[in-house]
Design a protein around this ligand. Structure first.
Ligand SMILES: CC(C)(COP(=O)(O)OP(=O)(O)OC[C@H]1O[C@@H](n2cnc3c(N)ncnc32)[C@H](O)[C@@H]1OP(=O)(O)O)[C@@H](O)C(=O)NCCC(=O)NCCS
Length: 226
């Protein structure tokens, strides 16, 4: 699959040991135990997904992630919810700045504090302490209080940052940028690429990631089938 997808960062990120896939001239679609993903020409990817659904290969409840198309392209599917988002990536760490030194590794004893922070700053995230895919948590303290967090969910040699969040009353102090810079530097020590996901509507975070070097990426549409 990775060969057919020309080692595309999104394909690398979503590859698992056991998967099946179909490759055509303009589309590669693969299915893991969690999702169906595709890359290539959006219309060709959707057409392939439709054929797979008709053949019974894509069942109820499946999460489908494909290059950005309007949700109308999925009119023949029974959709529970959808999201427009992007995977952004950088291949080069940014130079160190003073605020980066505020970022520390968080021990498991901080898991409750991380959860409490995410409940306030980023309630929608499913990346929480206890999620086995998460390798380590980073954070920033101010006056002894945990005020910013982010996590390393790297997979398949692709650095992947998740759950970046700053307490609302501590935002605009450079903490989000410091976390992003410092964590991407740490992950790029082990990977050739560091990626993250961000919704299309989150313009503030997108501007931050643009500033911190995440200038390449792929726009995606996700749908969850009923
Ligand atoms: C996105 C998010 C992490 C940004 O955190 P942040 O700490 O406010 O980010 P920064 O301070 O580094 O940068 C944000 C702003 O502060 C400004 N800034 C940067 N350094 C600064 C400093 N030292 N002093 C004052 N302002 C500064 C930036 O210009 C930027 O401007 P903006 O307000 O127009 O965006 C935060 O808004 C958040 O937690 N959002 C909710 C959760 C979320 O969406 N997470 C991202 C998921 S992908």
């Amino acid at each position: 699959m990775l060969k057919a997808a020309q080692n595309h960062p999104f394909a690398r990120l979503r590859a698992t040991k056991h998967l099946w896939g179909y490759a055509e001239e303009h589309a590669v679609v693969w299915k893991t135990d969690r999702r169906v993903c595709g890359i290539g020409d959006p219309a060709a990817v959707i057409a392939l997904c439709k054929r797979l659904a008709e053949a019974g290969e894509i069942g109820p409840g499946t999460l489908i992630e494909v290059p950005r198309v309007d949700i109308a392209a999925f009119s023949s599917f029974d959709i529970a919810r959808h999201e427009y988002w992007s995977v952004l990536w950088t291949r080069q760490a940014l130079p160190h700045t003073e605020t980066d030194d505020r970022v520390v590794l968080l021990p498991p004893s901080e898991h409750a504090a991380i959860d409490a922070l995410l409940d306030v700053a980023f309630p929608a995230t499913r990346n929480r302490p206890g999620n086995d895919d998460i390798k380590r948590w980073f954070g920033i303290y101010e006056d002894g209080e945990l005020v910013a967090v982010g996590a390393d969910r790297s997979a398949n040699g692709v650095g992947y940052l998740v759950a970046i969040a700053v307490m609302p009353n501590r935002q605009s102090r450079g903490y989000g940028a410091a976390l992003t810079r410092r964590m991407s530097r740490e992950l790029l020590a082990d990977s050739d690429i560091c990626a993250l996901g961000v919704t299309a509507a989150n313009t503030r975070a997108r501007a931050l990631y643009q500033r911190t070097g995440f200038t390449e990426g792929i726009d995606l549409t996700s749908i969850r089938l009923v």
